[in-house]
Design a protein around this ligand. Sequence first.
Ligand code: SAM
Length: 472
Amino acid sequence: MFVFPKITLRPDVYQYLRNVFQNKELVAAVGQVEAERRFEELLYRLSHPPSFTCVRASTHLAPLNTIRERLLEELREMSCHYPGDIPILSHTHVPDVLLLPVIGPRPALPQNPEVIVGALCGNAVLRGAHVFAPGILSTPKYMKAGDLVSVFSDIEGKCTRGSKDFQGKKVFLGNGISEMGRSDIFCSDEPVKGVGVRMVEPVYLSPSFDNLLPSLVFLQNLPSVVVGHVLGPQPGERVLDMCAAPGGKTSHIAALMKGQGEVIALDKIRNKVKRIRQNAQALQLDCVKAYCFNSIQAVCSDHAQKPDEGPPFPAESFDRVLLDAPCSGLGQRPNMGCSWSLREITSYQPLQRKLFHTAVQLLKKGGVLVYSTCTVTLAENEEQVAWALDTFPCLSLQPQEPHIGGEGMPGAGLSLEQLRLLQRFSPVQEHGGATGAPAAPLTAAAEGDPARLLRQANTDTIGFFIAKFLKT
Ligand code: SAM
């Protein structure tokens, strides 16, 4: 069987993350050996995709079962090698998701001339995408459309665009058929677009969701869907999503509000704001208003300003606020190589605190604030909660519904009771998970054990963190 390496980190980042898992509180709670095992397993899991592809179903437009049937029909019609009879699971605690088992790693062999893609493109291929031409870095010298090729990911970012023979560290992703010749990819006057290699034998098989039922399903990681439910928006409310692009959570919030009320979505990057609007439009949600704005400056001192004029807003303008913070992203999977420096990894805590100050000011008394990240460090998660509880006496931690992830990690001085109120998705099994053993959802499916499949879907996710506060 094909074995991927563990994620490659710079030595100082490796040591920083290792220290997170060797902190005194965690070691006292679970023991040195178990803490070490969790760290090693995390490194292994990060380089592999989660064992399920999760899509959020537009239950504001159609019932879940209708959407599941439509999805099955589409999968049967697509020539994507994904079995049309695979079980598409619903989730007992998250009413608007469908889960599709990822099949792999499969015993494909690299027998063809090599195409090298960038690491980000490679990660998308491992989650079911075809190779889009802009992600291609190197092809065989005489590659033409229709050639069989073996696709590799340049996990250290060392391959130069247009190279013909790359000898650096690479990981095999599967075999495919090129849809373009080498000169179409590297010698065109226009920026190259579209599928460059159609994957026919990927190491990990999941359906490609490119343009698949765009108004009915939205590709979103399970913990991200949980965030929307934990925030609990109600029809008619005014909700702020402070760091919103590309709008996955914004559109979920609007759907949960059944399109009634107002969802204000801010992001500081203009091009990304367009994506929020496009996503809301595709999902037929017209209560979303998206603005390009730096959320740190989103509170105005002018109380005469009307909240519906757009940012900045007067204090206490919103019933609920979501701060899905910019973060070091170390929970994202699959990720075989992270070239970030320790300085970059540790730069987020101050930024998140500035955004948090704004969030608390903009929230009405009695309102709900949800803070989330897709990373696994203590500094951006539990330490932020400890800081927030100290800094804002008006905030109290609240139970989360649903709570399908684990509890918070010891290490930031929070009490056991407080840790239990936090939701940490850690792609690590709590007791004796077999390090290096790939997840085997299909085996469990074959055994007809949906409860086991759901447990696996809840634990084998991206790394993610959620805290819910009430302002009194
Ligand atoms: N919530 C999004 C979703 O579910 O689709 C993902 C958000 S992503 C984790 C963080 C976002 O924060 C990025 O799109 C980034 O551009 C934005 N961001 C970073 N700093 C910001 C700031 N000061 N004000 C507004 N947005 C910011």
